[in-house]
Design a protein around this ligand. Structure first.
Ligand SMILES: [Zn+2]
Length: 421
């Protein structure tokens, strides 16, 4: 059993809702999944979409579905589904997350929501809950976009947030396109694209996820509810210069793009601090990349995020101004996501007044929220570290997350619909 909550952690009623068998089940599933895609050298995970490690994760999901007697299927975009009840009756309560990872990712980002979904279902069954609506568990494909560069690939394809022609042409680092990778995995890329029939089955989506920040750390709250996902985007900065000899070219004769790049990095950081936004230059390419050569070209990518789209615009404008002469191209942009207010309030109420918090990270639930009411529950992360082998959540907090998910699902599955006026 999880440790008792300290005072102030909200109504502990929902905490008692996970049966001991479901907790044992959670631990067993976690152990099964743990070795898949683990890089022994770094201690991080490499579970990229449509790779061998991904296939192992998928086999695990299918096995868990079958072991519970759930109807298992793969949709047109490669997302995995497990159904309790008749999918065709519609208005399903759907829960899940993703099993893929960033390069050298942590164990929790994604898998917590998928393992948590199966464990929550076990808890519901142990308590004899009789759902009034179908329940589906889902594993979305390539949420991190680590292989093909587009995050939330499976949910974006399903909702039509990306055109299938554009997605299928995306290439990985080895030049393999998504269409070929899907074909190799036995899927039909021609079938990819917006899936109206499937979306019509979904009534509501709830995702459990490890927090990727420190809003809950140091508070008595093990679980929180997301209020919004900040608008965020990626901008490519191309700085051009002229390659030349580092030992023979006078300083005043150089056309060196590196100082402009450096100025842009410093400006982005200063502006982000001033505006309360987030700015990261995490990727840079230098040509010809020689110690004794003045670069001919520096290409760098800015990842920018802010609570408000106007603030994000200012961040990019100021960084562009500092990057004198650079050509700036917006490569991706995700507008602000505000989660369905009534669903969010319902989850907060069921969880005895759980705190709400915003996040700067994108999620499948954010993509789904454009189509159906969606909610995102966070499990406390003591360091806030994510996308790293050091990502961690205490087991008792993960189990509290499962209990919270079970409580929210129970509420959604058993409350009679409001009669029409
Ligand atoms: Zn995730």
């Amino acid at each position: 059993m999880p440790a008792p909550d300290p005072p102030g952690a909200g109504d502990p009623g929902w905490r008692a809702e996970v049966a001991e068998e479901a907790e044992d089940g959670f631990r067993a599933m976690w152990r099964d999944l743990l070795p898949i895609g683990l890089d022994a050298a770094t201690g991080g995970y490499r579970r990229h979409g449509w790779t061998a490690a991904d296939a192992d994760c998928r086999a695990w999901f299918a096995g868990q579905a079958r072991a519970r007697g759930l109807a298992y299927e793969i949709d047109r975009n490669g997302n995995q589904w497990a159904w309790l009840g008749d999918p065709a009756s519609g208005d399903a309560v759907v829960t899940g997350s993703h099993l893929d990872s960033v390069p050298d990712g942590g164990a929790y980002d994604g898998p917590l929501g998928v393992v948590g979904a199966f464990a929550a279902l076990d808890a519901l069954r142990a308590r004899g809950i009789r759902p009034r609506r179908p329940l589906a568990l889902v594993n979305f494909t390539e949420e991190e976009g680590a292989r093909f560069g587009l995050a939330c690939l499976g949910s974006r394809l399903m909702t039509g947030a990306v055109a299938p022609e554009a997605a299928l042409a995306l290439r990985d680092a080895d030049g393999v396109c998504l269409a070929a990778a899907m074909e190799r995995a036995g899927r039909d890329p021609e079938a990819a694209g917006r899936d109206d029939e499937r979306l019509a089955r979904v009534g509501v989506f709830v995702e459990l996820h490890v927090e990727q920040g420190r809003h809950l750390a140091g508070t008595p709250h093990r679980v929180g509810v997301a209020s919004a996902i900040w608008p965020h985007g990626r901008w490519r900065f191309d700085f051009r210069g002229e390659a030349n000899h580092a030992g023979t070219t006078r300083m005043e004769d150089r056309r060196d793009p590196m100082p402009s790049y450096a100025a842009a990095v410093l400006a982005a950081r200063a502006e982000a601090e001033r505006l309360g936004a987030l700015a990261t230059f995490g990727r840079v390419r230098v040509e010809p990349n020689g110690t004794n050569a003045i670069p001919s070209r520096v290409t760098a990518w800015l990842d920018g995020r802010a609570a408000d789209p106007g603030v994000l615009d200012r961040l990019v404008e100021e960084t562009t101004r500092a990057a004198a002469g650079a050509e700036v191209t917006r490569e991706s942009y995700t507008p602000v996501v505000t989660f369905d207010a009534s669903l969010r309030e319902r989850a907060v109420r069921v969880l005895g007044g759980a705190p709400t918090l915003p996040t700067g990270a994108g999620h499948d639930s954010g993509i789904l929220s454009a189509e159906v009411p969606a909610a995102l529950l966070f499990v406390r992360n003591p360091t806030g570290v994510s996308h790293s082998p050091r990502e961690h959540a205490e087991e008792s907090d993960c189990l509290a997350g499962v209990a919270a998910l079970a409580a929210v699902l129970t509420d959604l599955l058993t409350t009679p619909p409001t009669p029409p006026m």
